[in-house]
Ligand binder design. Structure first.
Ligand SMILES: C[S@@+](CC[C@H](N)C(=O)[O-])C[C@H]1O[C@@H](n2cnc3c(N)ncnc32)[C@H](O)[C@@H]1O
Length: 276
């Protein structure tokens, strides 16, 4: 039997186990909303208590979030089959495995310790490469420019951990006019709830960037193209939902409103905005 893979990650980096555990658990279901056998393989291979990041029913929300992101990436690839998808804060995500069309180019970016772990399970190819950098750095922008346009930046469960997110968004918008970006945002109320939950579960990672209204980000050089939420998935996702979600989602929406906004933006091509 292979030696278990050691995990040496910072506290925010460890949160990659939240979506990973969710996808692994979901894949064991008879009608999964996301199928990810590799996530289950990774969970079994690491020397780490993944259970502490397993979220019970909340894991289904994370999986649904992933299904919405997958659909938006697929849609980009339908229109731009040879473009470049840049997965920011990729963790151990297997989106490429789920949506690859055999022609797309792909960059998986994350902090150095996460990329070191990721390299134990994934390999670079002629269309796909890993980049060790912070979203908040600038050097990686040139790596993206060297890959074929058009560009689609995807950040799932990442930007909420960074209080400097607006600066990073403005930089991407300015460097890649016309590019699309999709990311999830969390209200101040959800952020306060996460802090309480983190204290209770003794987790060090704290959300740092609340966003009550994704449209408020437009002055950064972005325009909203499409608005979705985990409780309001795009039609293509809604039509494929397993029965358990069809019943629970409307109830959740009624009780909590739109949970986890997922917004698709385009970086403006005019220069009328002033990036901050
Ligand atoms: C909750 S996990 C999400 C992982 C992945 N997007 C997914 O959905 O499976 C958060 C990820 O953000 C990454 N991250 C945190 N700060 C970052 C930064 N400054 N630059 C790049 N990645 C970062 C972490 O290493 C981790 O992989």
């Amino acid at each position: 039997m292979a030696e278990p893979v050691k995990v040496e990650l910072g506290s925010v980096q460890q949160t990659l186990f939240i979506p990973l555990a969710g996808r692994a658990r979901e894949s064991a279901r008879r009608h999964p909303v996301v199928r990810d056998p590799k996530a289950a393989e990774i969970v079994a291979a690491v020397d780490f208590d993944v259970e502490q990041y397993s979220q019970g029913w909340g894991g289904s929300i994370t999986v649904l979030r992933t299904a919405v992101f997958d659909e938006l990436v697929r849609d980009f690839l339908r229109h731009n089959p040879e473009g470049t998808v840049v997965e920011l804060g990729t963790g151990l995500n297997t989106r490429f495995e789920r949506v690859d069309n055999g022609r797309t180019h792909w960059i998986d970016l994350d902090l150095p310790d996460t990329i070191e772990l990721r390299r134990r399970f994934f390999e670079d190819t002629d269309r796909r490469r890993m980049v060790a950098a912070s979203v908040l750095d600038e050097d990686w922008l040139d790596v993206v420019h060297a890959s074929p346009a058009p560009y689609f930046f995807v950040a799932e469960g990442v930007l909420v951990y960074l209080d400097e997110t607006p600066t990073a968004l403005a930089r991407i918008a300015e460097s890649f006019p016309g590019a699309q970006l999709v990311f999830d945002t969390y209200t101040k109320r959800m952020l306060d709830q996460q802090h309480k939950m983190a204290v209770k579960k003794n987790l060090a990672a704290r959300w740092a960037w609340p966003c009550d209204d994704p449209r408020s980000l437009e002055p950064l050089g972005l325009e909203v193209v499409q608005e979705a939420a985990v409780t309001r998935p795009p039609a293509a996702v809604r039509s494929r939902l397993p029965r358990r979600f069809r019943y629970t989602l409307p109830v959740l929406k009624r009780i909590m409103g739109n949970v986890i906004a997922i917004t698709l933006f385009r970086a403006r091509t005019d220069t009328a905005h002033t990036p901050r």
